[in-house]
Write a protein that binds this ligand. Structure first.
Ligand code: IMP
Ligand code: MG
Length: 170
């Protein structure tokens, strides 16, 4: 056990509060679109959106970079695209972990290329390591050491996503 259910819930509440404030000060005339990055950010995304009490919309994208292993392949593949139109929208990407940064870099470029008015990033877990891209999430939850973790959406070979807490895998 690394992060308890209570710690996750408190963290998600803090993130929801600061994101709500950001929306109220900047985006009330063009409400944002949240993109949950499947499958890792599913649990986090749903809990976060439930705590944002504003009329926002969301969609999902599924990408993969880990080919059934604990090492990032670096190659990102889109498995399922979002279905709503992103043009002129303020996009908030919801990710589970910032590890190498390859996934977020790919997604930021992808939504900018689609003509988003702005692209912001939210990550629950920020791994303490040098990311291969200079990515600083706009909203970041908990920093952890560079260890492989599972639970609360995060997996090893698609297992352990349904653990209600976050643990290290050995
Ligand atoms: P990045 O592209 O290297 O930043 O990796 C981001 C993606 O890799 C995340 O969206 C996760 O799905 C996955 N990932 C990275 N580290 C872990 C981990 O410790 N446990 C489970 N998944 C991870
Ligand atoms: Mg992921």
């Amino acid at each position: 056990m690394l992060i308890t259910q209570k710690e996750i819930d408190d963290c998600v509440q803090r993130l929801a509060d600061s994101i709500s404030l950001d929306i109220k000060t900047k985006f009330m005339n063009n409400m944002p679109v949240f993109i949950i990055v499947m499958k890792g950010a599913l649990f986090f995304g749903v809990d976060l959106l439930r705590k944002i009490q504003l009329p926002v919309i969301f969609d999902t994208i599924e990408i993969s970079s880990y080919k059934s292993s604990m090492i990032s392949s670096g190659q990102i593949e889109i498995i399922k695209k979002e279905s709503i139109n992103i043009k002129e929208k303020n996009v908030f990407i919801i990710e589970d972990i910032l590890d190498t940064g390859n996934s977020l870099k790919f997604l930021i470029d992808y939504y900018e290329h689609k003509g988003a008015a702005s692209v912001k990033t939210i990550v629950l877990i920020n791994k303490q390591k040098k990311h291969s891209h200079d990515i600083i999430p706009d909203f970041s939850g908990i920093s952890v050491d560079d260890k492989f973790i599972v639970g609360y959406g995060m997996d090893i070979n698609d297992l352990y996503r349904n653990l209600p807490y976050i643990g290290t895998f050995h």
